[in-house]
Design a protein around this ligand. Structure first.
Ligand code: MG
Length: 202
């Protein structure tokens, strides 16, 4: 199982980190050891002093496929969840400045918070609203209509490079409002008004 993540997929978020809006999806991956499941707590790692939350819609791939055409991409997922792409922003800034890969900032243990999956059903995947609350206050609000690259575009794009397998996960990028965490914080993700995960910082 692999975790494919999209960077800079919401214009307002690209702007807040002073990144240009990309012409193609920005892709990186996390290993399966990054998963943090079942509302388990996140332990701040010693190697970073600036871990940021990035709340994202997560799509589970339901069929094997490669070179998937956009018009068929909707056949490759049935379930969605919310997650957090935890990012060591201090390390990422350093790696970006040096033009180096981001793995140390993005792929560390517990960096992929994942809530329970729910069937997409008849909902339009590009018309979903989600939010993150930190200690009861809303810090991020996303509408999937604002993605620069929609889910079907992403599937078509990444499957040109990587075979998608059943159970692979797609973290689809974060809206604006990313920020730091500290010990004692509680992060709760909501899709519409349904709580999808909670994560205590320790
Ligand atoms: Mg992200």
């Amino acid at each position: 199982m692999k975790i494919i993540c999209i960077g800079r997929n919401y214009a307002e978020h690209a702007k807040e980190l002073n990144n240009a809006v990309p012409a193609n999806p920005v892709i990186f991956m996390k290993p399966d050891t990054a998963l943090l499941l079942k509302n388990r707590p996140f332990y701040l790692p010693e190697f970073s002093s600036d871990i940021h939350y990035e709340t994202e819609l997560v799509v589970k791939i339901s069929r094997l496929g490669r070179h998937i055409e956009k018009r068929f991409a909707h056949r490759y997922y049935e379930e969605i969840a919310l997650g957090i792409d935890f990012t060591a922003r201090d390390i990422q800034s350093d790696l970006k400045a040096k033009g180096l890969p981001w793995e140390l900032a993005k792929a560390f243990d517990q960096s992929a918070v994942l809530g329970e999956f729910t069937p997409l059903g008849k909902r339009n995947i590009q018309d979903l609203r989600f939010r993150l609350e930190k200690n009861g206050h809303i810090v991020q609000q996303g509408h999937t209509a604002d993605m620069l690259f929609g889910v079907d575009d992403i599937i078509a794009y990444v499957s040109r490079y990587f075979t998608l397998k059943t159970g692979d996960l797609l973290f689809t990028g974060t809206p604006a409002g990313v920020g730091p965490i500290q010990i004692g914080d509680e992060l709760c993700g909501y899709l519409d008004n349904n709580i999808m995960f909670s994560c205590r910082i320790k």
